[in-house]
Design a protein around this ligand. Structure first.
Ligand code: AMP
Length: 311
């Protein structure tokens, strides 16, 4: 019986654990016994250069849930048993527009590392803000079309912050493939655009939205909902599903708006029907579109979307 090991770091201490034989025999662990946690970009580059390709990156802000895990599993499929899966955990300050949102963002690092370990991740990158950004940083990636609608319209500068950190993560890791969730539909479209426009040699792979049993899209922010808000929040998904069956733009927007606004707990940040590729508002449904919304429950902002085929 093979006795592979894998290690993880909790509270700064490094633990090495014997793997269950089934996991060991799956081959996932054999090429890289012991998950590495790396905290600085220069170390990341040097360490990853030694590890087997392909290198598949899953960028996250942590507080990992099943949605993230689905991307990590997809990354493992893409990397194969001998490739390298890297997860970054970094709450990127330059993409936040509200200080309260940044400060209150959940950061359960120990649990996240244990989850990555259990998923067979090879390397977790957990940089400090000071190791990612110089105090006099003056270069930012600007996106000037797809980011003008939806989240970009109500969170100015958000996607410039996202593009900047994602490009840095691509350069620091040297990944060949990166996996992103369709839950953040606009983010995925903008990353694809960035890679196209800047000739970034990274293949972008999208993964479907993972939901709770009642339909609520999984999000690191869901834990901040009160019990009453949490019980109400599945109405977002129900609203999008019901609206997606209507035949005109006006009906679609009206149905979704009524469903979401029927609750006294919600405040719609935006609700838009946009072209699935350009993300610009549409007048008719003769091309694939996306119905996307951001809804506030108190201070907690939840997003969701549904793709609507051409009529
Ligand atoms: P975040 O940690 O929120 O920055 O998300 C990291 C990655 O996980 C992004 O690519 C998200 O789109 C993706 N993601 C977040 N929630 C979900 C979900 N419920 N299903 C699938 N992917 C998700």
């Amino acid at each position: 019986m093979s006795r592979a090991t894998r290690g993880f770091r909790v509270s700064g201490k490094f633990f090495r654990a014997w793997l269950h034989p089934e996991i060991a025999e799956s081959g996932r662990s054999m090429q890289a016994p012991g998950m590495k946690t790396i905290e600085t970009g220069s170390t990341l580059r040097a360490e990853l250069a030694k590890l087997p390709k392909p290198l598949v990156l899953v960028p996250t802000m942590g507080a990992l849930h099943e949605g993230h895990l689905s991307l990590i599993r997809r990354a493992r499929e893409l990397a194969g048993p001998t490739g390298t899966v890297v997860v970054s955990i970094f709450v990127n300050p330059i993409q936040f527009d509200r200080a309260s949102d940044l400060e209150g963002y959940p950061r359960p690092m120990e649990a996240d590392l244990a989850v990555c370990e259990a998923e067979g991740v090879d390397v977790v990158f957990t940089p400090e803000v000071s190791s990612m950004y110089f105090p006099d940083r003056s270069i930012t990636v600007l996106e000037q079309s797809l980011s003008q609608t939806l989240c970009g319209a109500t969170r100015p500068g958000h996607f410039d912050g996202v593009c900047t950190v994602v490009l840095k993560l691509f350069l620091l890791s040297g990944c060949e493939i990166a996996v992103f969730g369709e839950k953040d539909y606009q983010q995925l479209a903008i990353i694809r655009r960035m890679v196209r426009d800047l000739n970034v040699p990274v293949e972008i792979v999208g993964g479907p939205t993972v939901r709770e049993a009642d339909g609520l899209a999984m999000s690191s922010r869901n834990v901040k909902l009160t019990a009453e808000q949490r019980a109400d929040a599945p109405r977002i998904r129900k609203a999008l599903l019901k609206a997606s069956e209507a035949l005109t733009k006006e009906e679609i927007l009206q149905i979704a708006s009524e469903e979401i606004s029927a609750s006294p707990l919600t405040r719609i940040d935006y609700l838009s029907l946009v072209d699935a590729e350009t993300l610009q508002p549409v007048d008719d449904l003769n091309r694939p579109t996306v119905l996307a919304t951001a809804v506030f429950y108190g201070d907690v902002r939840l997003i969701d979307n549904i793709q609507i085929s051409a009529r």
